[in-house]
Design a protein around this ligand. Structure first.
Ligand SMILES: Cc1ncc(COP(=O)(O)O)c(C=O)c1O
Length: 348
């Protein structure tokens, strides 16, 4: 479904989607108000809907996934605390070190497998001030990313999610999920989002990735947590006014764009399997669980990107020899056929 005028196949990320005609119509029809004054009915409806999907009390609409995580960290911690996460996680790698500036916290990193924590690794990483003669910072928050982006778009098993969250709580930590792509995980593992989050204190969910909305993320948690988060959103400059226009896109996405994520997953798998057959490329097929394909190439990432670009295909370099291709609602079966042919042609 490529509903906009482009002859390129853009697989740099699932963030590149354009709002479709039906989504734009929903946005134009939205009833709006001043959301800072709590007057926007469409934002309220979206927040209520996502809270219901998550099985949690309350939600907050924010401009981006980065802000959602930043607000969550700020609301869960105090300056001088420590947060714990996997080394390749988005919060650590790609959010500008915002946790240090905006929350005044340090970070303890865990080297997980495919971007995922385990209860055992977590236990070794959490430090508590108590009993350390004041030497350690206080580990108070664990952040879990699902799907794990740099892990290949991999999904936690439900057993591991529960175990990690329980272990965090045993150590007196809150547990936050960066669920930017939680619906990809839910579709892949056939698990309701509310079940995935049963042991979690909060979750951040992006509307502007696989779900195809132009802007926006939702932070979800308990009533008290969201009241605190709302104050921090205001201080971080994320209070928006007639944001119902954007919330309407999010609502449309929740209603129409979740089930179709399985198409993205099968297209990613097909691309991955075809490329792994070619001697020029290597893909860890076991890691291709959702909509991401991490491709290692003998010619090097920059050269591969340049050659693909000359043939109308865009991917992202993620290392000296690695690029990432991501499927989303504008990447069709025909696009995958064409991409496979181009990858083959330039490797010859
Ligand atoms: C796992 C993960 N978390 C958070 C974000 C941040 O989202 P945003 O780009 O809306 O700030 C991203 C963005 O790609 C992501 O992949």
């Amino acid at each position: 479904m490529r509903e906009y005028n482009s002859d390129r196949i853009d697989m740099r990320s699932d963030t590149v989607t354009q709002p479709t005609k039906a989504m734009l119509e929903a946005m134009m029809a939205a009833k709006v108000g001043d959301d800072v004054l709590q007057d926007d009915p469409t934002v309220k409806a979206l927040e209520a809907r996502i809270a219901e999907i998550c099985g949690m009390d309350s939600a907050l609409f924010v401009p981006s996934g980065t802000m959602s995580n930043a607000v969550a960290i700020r609301a869960h911690t105090s300056p001088g605390d420590e947060i714990v996460m996997e080394r390749t996680s988005h919060i650590y790698q790609y959010e500008g070190g915002g946790y240090a500036v905006m929350s005044g916290v340090s970070v303890a990193l865990v080297d997980g497998k495919k971007g995922q924590l385990t209860p055992e690794l977590l236990s070794k990483a959490i430090r508590k001030a108590e009993g350390s003669l004041g030497h350690y910072p206080d580990g108070t928050l664990v952040c879990v990313e699902n799907t794990a982006n740099r892990g290949g778009g991999t999904c936690y098993s439900q057993e591991n999610l529960d175990a990690v969250a329980k272990k965090a709580h045993e150590h007196g930590c809150k547990v936050h999920m960066d669920g930017a792509r939680i619906f990809n995980a839910s579709i892949k593992t056939n698990t309701p989002v509310s079940r995935m989050l049963k042991e979690f204190d909060s979750v951040s969910i992006c509307l502007s990735k696989g779900l195809g909305a132009p802007v926006g993320s939702l932070l979800v948690g308990s009533t008290d947590f969201i009241a605190k988060a709302s104050r921090w959103r205001k201080m971080f400059g994320g209070g928006m006014r007639q944001s119902g226009i954007l919330a309407a896109a999010g609502m449309y996405a929740l209603e129409n764009n979740i089930q179709r994520l399985s198409d993205d997953h099968s297209r990613a798998k097909r691309l991955a399997s075809a490329l792994n057959e070619m001697s020029e490329y290597t893909v860890d097929l076991n890691s291709v669980e959702t909509n991401m394909v991490y491709i290692d190439s003998k010619m090097g990432a920059k050269e591969l990107m340049a050659q693909l670009s000359n043939h109308g295909i865009d991917v992202l370099d993620v290392g000296p020899t690695a690029v990432r291709a991501v499927t989303h609602l504008h990447v069709t079966d025909e696009d995958i056929d064409q991409a496979i042919e181009v990858f083959r042609a330039i490797s010859a």
